[in-house]
Design a protein around this ligand. Structure first.
Ligand SMILES: [Zn+2]
Ligand SMILES: [Zn+2]
Ligand SMILES: [Zn+2]
Length: 142
């Protein structure tokens, strides 16, 4: 589905442009390190999936990607997350536009996910695991 789906944006996005902006290291041979952006374009009907690769996804590279390809998501103070979930629907969570990239890294890319070494429960962030381990009311409390 190539073509000019994003009026106002260049018809073709060249890999080299992305590399110049974020200067990411080359992606490893496997799929590790490459994230496919699931953001839905806001001003298109029906919604069009971004589907671009974000190399070496991190809060920084995701933020760069949003600024470059999804500036309409950053208009105004508040935004709604348009990340497409497995259900096919957009996330829809309302948040501060400045927090959108962190939300995506946290919630959708599970970038900071960690697992309790004792009970194998998953937590979205290290501080949640810390609280879990510090909680004397569960069997994992130190
Ligand atoms: Zn995108
Ligand atoms: Zn979301
Ligand atoms: Zn535990």
């Amino acid at each position: 589905m190539a073509g000019n789906l994003f009026p106002g944006a260049p018809a073709h996005h060249h890999r080299s442009q992305q590399c110049v902006m974020a200067a990411p290291p080359p992606a490893p041979a496997g799929q590790n390190g490459v994230t496919i952006c699931q953001l839905l374009a806001r001003n298109s009907h029906p919604p069009v999936l971004c589907d671009r690769a974000i190399t070496d996804a991190s809060p920084r590279t995701v933020q760069d990607h949003i600024s470059e390809f999804h500036p309409e998501h950053l208009e105004g103070q508040r935004t709604n997350c348009e990340w497409r979930l497995n259900t096919g629907h957009a996330c829809g969570e309302g948040l501060s536009a400045a927090q959108l990239h962190k939300h995506i890294c946290n919630v959708h890319l599970r970038m900071f996910a960690c697992q309790c070494p004792n009970c194998q429960q998953m937590f979205s962030r290290p501080d949640a695991l810390k609280r879990h381990l510090a909680n004397k009311n569960n069997e994992c409390g130190a």
